[in-house]
Design a protein around this ligand. Structure first.
Ligand code: HEM
Length: 630
């Protein structure tokens, strides 16, 4: 049995505080170390685990998520660890005691459990409790551990260790209750605490009153004509990536080794800048201080969510801790740029009623951005500060998520040649030489399903966070307690979208990459209506209505993502343009792609691929080959 060399310490202490040197460097490095001769912009890394969920590859380290912050610890653990699911014990077999019943907890674990009891007094009623040790979380991202406890304890359980207690939900019936049926009984809890210094009163962290007003203003901005205009932006930005890749291929004799995650990140940043505030970062082709500042702020958001103690709330930290000084500089730079853009938009304001705005002829408009819309809307007199918060929120919410979808779609496709052949056949047939239009996106059904299936396996974010504002009674869920569970006000909850999306009770063969699954119905069980595509005819992607909350790629209920259609269209255009022109293979094995989570699930060292030119129109031949090899 593997033993661990668990180092029980706080994660990733910044320079100036105690903590592991290795991690410190990773957070600050603006450039990811790229293998010699390789191409790609760096992203920083936190901690890793095999991307396909296997406990592979030497020393791996555990990492929780942005949305599940404040529970993260770090250690090292040996490879090939297994999860022991004996009743009453949910132990990572890679830990020192091998997970034997009746083991004695380490001093650290005991302190942690004591802390839980002191800070979270009161029983958990009839709710199962995932009792264990903080070290159970070692060696892998938090959401992997939450899945194992789901298998052990069922649809709802209390995670009762660490400084906080969380109720973890892995069931569509309970998710539906929280997200839709009692939507205003919950707010964003710890997530809002983390994001408020960055997003202010933007939609994600906003208090209920602010949220209501801003949601009313922001949702109409994503109207049909705007989305259609944005498809043009996606195509033009996608073309930049294509031109860059073509250039690299021309100079490299037919094949290039490249970090596709970095390319997707650049593409998504250019798109979000132009579409949200009419600012062209130009990041596909160049580096600039403002781009570095945006990435710096994203990394800081990630750091804050994975650090045990919110030391940045202590004012002197802003001057004493180098990364906090850098954060302040980055924020100042982004704020200055956003303020300039807001002032320019105000100076050229053309006030119009909502209907007139939604019928604008975007082919004649120079600036089609959301900012333009929000400033021009009659009766909407948001302050500069509120507009800044809205823009910052959409910049962050819309950038990494989409880049992550493209990354994991590519990762899965590279392992599924039959799906690639089918996708390329569709792209050849529907698009020919054109850049995708809105009508094309509707025709590119299989590509849309690839995006959906990638979001099922790798939801962005993997956990949704809520805190109950009043006492509530949650349903028991599938195979759960028939009377449900009473929870007091102030209860922190994780809805594990990762668990719901991979639930064996809701999905056939849940671990498999099979985009066609969304074309088939699946019967439900008591309280869950099953999956039925006919429930939402003509939908752009399989949604929570079709799946009765067993599929939540964009959340559900009142806080559902405002950019869902935008994001699906952007991903489809990006994927279609690349699949048409290139053959993409992983540079190493799937296990080489190490996973880590921050705001989203991303890789540690990039998605290194081998890219070669594809002859468009060769899909049929490739399909025949795939049929032989798969
Ligand atoms: C594939 C890409 C995307 C994914 C997977 C995604 C996912 C999500 C999810 C799951 C939520 C709900 C969070 C919760 O309930 O706690 C959300 C909310 C949100 N998203 Fe997205 N999103 C994506 C792209 C975008 C884009 C492109 C934008 C804007 C341009 C955007 C803006 C927002 C905003 C403002 C919210 C907060 C909504 C509210 O609370 O009223 N997202 N997103």
């Amino acid at each position: 049995m593997a033993s661990s060399t668990a180092c029980l310490r706080l994660p990733c202490a910044p320079a100036g505080l105690s903590g592991p040197q290795s991690c410190r460097g990773a957070h600050f490095s603006p450039q990811r170390a790229a293998p010699a001769g390789s191409i790609g912009r760096a992203r920083t890394g936190l901690r890793t685990v095999g991307a396909n969920g296997t406990r592979n590859g030497g020393v791996v380290a555990g990492q929780g998520s942005f949305w599940g912050g404040a529970l993260q610890l770090e250690c090292t653990a040996r490879k090939n660890e297994k999860v022991d699911r004996r009743a009453g014990e949910c132990r990572c077999a890679g830990n020192e005691d091998g997970g034997k019943p009746g083991r004695s907890y380490s001093l650290y674990d005991q302190a942690s459990n004591l802390l839980t009891n002191v800070l979270n007094p009161g029983g958990s009623g009839n709710m199962p409790v995932a009792e264990g040790a903080v070290s159970d979380l070692f060696g892998r991202p938090l959401f992997f551990a939450l899945y194992d406890w789901f298998m052990e304890h069922g649809p709802i359980y209390k995670l009762a260790f660490g400084p906080k207690a969380f109720v973890v939900i892995s069931d569509p019936i309970i998710a539906r209750h929280i997200l839709r049926e009692n939507t205003f009984g919950y707010d964003k809890g710890v997530l809002a605490d983390i994001l408020e210094p960055i997003m202010g009163k933007g939609l994600i962290p906003a208090d209920l009153e602010t949220w209501k007003g801003r949601r009313r203003a922001v949702v109409p901005a994503f109207h049909a004509a705007y989305l259609e205009a944005m498809v043009g932006v996606f195509g033009r930005c996608g073309q930049r990536t294509v031109d860059k890749l073509d250039g690299l291929l021309a100079g490299a004799g037919g094949e290039v080794r490249i970090d596709m995650e970095a390319e997707y990140s650049n593409l998504a940043l250019d798109i979000i800048g132009i579409s949200v505030f009419n600012y062209d970062f130009g990041s596909v082709t160049k580096e600039s201080p403002i781009i570095q500042a945006v990435y710096g702020v994203l990394y800081e958001a990630e750091h804050r969510s994975t650090f045990y103690v919110p030391y940045w709330k202590f004012p002197p930290a802003r001057w004493l801790v180098p990364r906090q000084r850098k954060f302040a500089t980055d924020m100042a730079q982004i704020n200055a740029t956003l303020t300039d853009l807001i002032n320019q938009a105000r100076d050229t304001r053309q006030e119009e009623d909502l209907e007139a705005l939604q019928q604008r002829d975007y082919s004649k408009v120079k600036d089609a951005s959301l900012l333009r819309f929000l400033v021009d809307m009659r009766g909407e007199d948001a302050t500069n500060q509120q507009l800044r918060d809205d823009l910052m929120t959409m910049l962050i919410a819309g950038h990494e998520t989409t880049a992550a979808v493209l990354t994991w779609a590519t990762f899965m496709l590279a392992q599924n040649p039959a799906a690639v052949a089918k996708a390329q056949e569709e792209v050849d047939r529907v698009l020919g030489d054109r850049q995708p239009s809105l009508a094309d996106i509707k025709q590119l059904e299989f590509i849309r399903l690839i995006v959906a299936e990638s979001l099922r396996l790798y939801p962005q974010p993997p956990l949704l966070i809520r805190r109950s504002l009043q006492p509530d009674t949650l349903p028991g869920g599938h195979n759960g307690h028939p009377e449900g569970h009473a929870i007091p006000a102030g209860t922190d909850l994780f809805i594990s979208v990762y668990n719901v999306h991979r639930s064996p009770y809701c999905w056939n063969d849940p671990e498999a990459f099979r985009p066609e699954r969304f074309q088939e119905s699946r019967p439900g069980f008591e309280g869950w209506a099953g999956f039925d595509p006919s429930r939402s005819p003509g939908a752009l992607y399989p949604n929570e209505t079709m799946a009765d909350f067993a599929y939540l790629p964009f959340g559900g209920g009142s806080r559902k993502c405002v950019g869902d259609q935008f994001a699906v269209m952007e991903s489809v255009v990006g994927l279609a343009m690349l699949l048409r022109r290139y053959n993409i293979a992983l540079a190493g094995t799937p296990e080489d792609v190490q996973m880590q989570t921050g705001a989203t699930i991303h890789t540690k060292d990039g998605l290194w691929c081998r890219l070669s030119k594809r002859q468009p129109g060769t899909a049929v031949k490739a399909q025949e080959q795939a049929a032989v090899t798969v």
